[in-house]
Ligand binder design. Sequence first.
Ligand code: XIL
Length: 314
Amino acid sequence: TGLDALIKAKGKKYVGFCADPGTLSNTQNQNIIKAEGGQVTPENSMKWESIEPSQNNYNWGNADSLVNFAQTNGKMIRGHTFVWYSQLPQWVSNINNKATLTSVIQSHVNTVMTRYKGKIYAWDVANEVFNDDGSRRSSVFSNVFGDWTFLDVAFNAARAADPNAKLCLNDYNLDYSSAKLTNFVQLVKDLKNRGVPVDCVGTQSHLIVGNSAIPSYKNTLDSLATTNTEVQITELDIRTSSSPSSSQISQQSTDYKNVVCGCMKTSACAGITIWGVSDKDSWIPSVFSGQGYALLWDANFNKKSAYTGFVSGI
Ligand code: XIL
């Protein structure tokens, strides 16, 4: 029993959760992850601003402790994340020439991956490089390089640092915006065609209860699978009103079932990471005002009908 055991029995690699020392300090979270999860993703502790807040000055404490938790409990780890416009320290945003930025990316990727070499199943080497209209998102990386080749630098550095880690490109709203999905898929194909090592694509899947993206979710996974890489659902949550109606609660259960079914029916889909355990700690209410109730356990750590929906999709 437990979500991870159930999905492994059907040939998938994991069900995981985001976690960090903060949430793990609550034994209710910890016990659920131990019993139900096979993988953890650091929610914040490996982001650039957390792990290298000033140049060459690394803050390993929280990341080390998450990695130790995973290793002690036999959980896989997804590393998250290197090249991202957000949660990026000012000293990186201030760089204005390509040679410096290239060596800073290489040094950061190499230092972090070397420390955890052999322990990380997959790394989100780059995150959220597209706008929703499918155009390249503005960031210090895209602005200084002026094209996509900052990705070549990052993925090549990652492969050199830990050749056994799967290297992913991760993004959100791939289920929601067809222009974004189309261009994301094309970018991965282009990168592979010029020899850049991309092994996996991550679809975050921050979804909305009742949204029309959900009935066609399997189509999104099928499109992602045309990249010939492993497809991973990396940050699943399905939000609704923070005080949902009974019909929203039952729709959420159906929606979770649909997403999980989509993964089960797509051979390229390797596993599912849920972005948190309980509604108490979910990132949703702080970012989407009035919304919440997005996870499988409620704020008191009771299983919701969303949990039952998830299980019935496996
Ligand atoms: C979120 C975390 O959950 C929050 O704790 C933090 O304050 C902001 O970032 N896409 C991502 C994740 O790739 O890293 C984000 O995580 C959620 C959106």
